[in-house]
Write a new protein. Structure first.
Length: 222
């Protein structure tokens, strides 16, 4: 599985080029599945799932990039349908577009649906996360980002990568998302972490981490 972990989607040409490079072909020749599940768990995200799916969330461009095909994979529905109805579809899809919202809610449903178990077998698939969709792949998100709490508590996420992510640094609508607060958050995480703005993404291929940015970011270490 190839990862492109963004703060706000395909915000610039560098992130677009990274996505095309991971796909190995143009976006117009690639199939995508949208996962909007994280939006339902976040208290500040009413209506964002529809805007994201319909390609009307211009601040976080992902679905409106001109995909050959675009479908929806709603994780909360998967436990109620036979696996063969969705596993084959996922395996044949070029990219998973995983939207933002609540990372712990998304983590819970990735595990409950079986998608988390399937992901490691998807060697040729690109996983593209947006905000919480990126954070869910890390080991922890930190208490600052906990809204919905899982039954077992805590702030642990899937741990597909060995670093955490603080997104939306210095966003004009998020006054608490400063670099100073990111550094405080990272000290509590007690592991390597990236603080990234909306013009930045982190690419992970075969375990190799590369920062793709036309903005600003910082690697925060314990």
């Amino acid at each position: 599985m190839k990862l492109l972990l963004t703060s706000a989607g395909v915000k610039n040409a560098s992130i677009n080029d990274a996505l095309v490079g991971l796909l190995g072909k143009p976006i117009a020749e690639s199939s995508a599945l949208v996962i909007p599940t994280a939006a339902y768990g976040h208290p500040l995200k009413p209506g964002v799932a529809w805007r994201f799916i319909s390609g009307q969330e211009s601040r976080t461009p992902m679905c409106e990039l001109g995909w050959k095909t675009l479908g929806v994979l709603e994780l909360t529905a998967l436990p109620s349908i036979p696996e063969e109805q969705w596993v084959t579809l996922v395996a044949a899809t070029d990219v998973l577009l995983v939207g933002g919202g609540d990372a712990l809610y998304l983590c819970h449903w990735m595990q409950q649906s079986g998608l988390a178990d399937l992901l490691p077998s998807l060697n040729d698939t690109v996983y593209m996360g947006l905000s919480a969709g990126s954070m869910v792949m890390t080991p922890r998100i930190g208490e600052d980002f906990v809204y919905w709490r899982p039954p077992a508590g805590g702030d642990a996420t899937l741990g597909f990568v060995d670093f955490s992510i603080f997104p939306h640094v210095d966003h004009e609508d998020l006054p608490d998302n400063t670099m100073a607060n990111a550094e405080r958050w990272a000290a509590e995480i007690a592991g390597p972490a990236y603080a990234i703005d909306d013009e930045t993404a982190i690419q992970v291929t075969d375990g190799v981490v590369e920062v793709v940015s036309e903005g600003h970011w910082k690697l925060l270490t314990p």
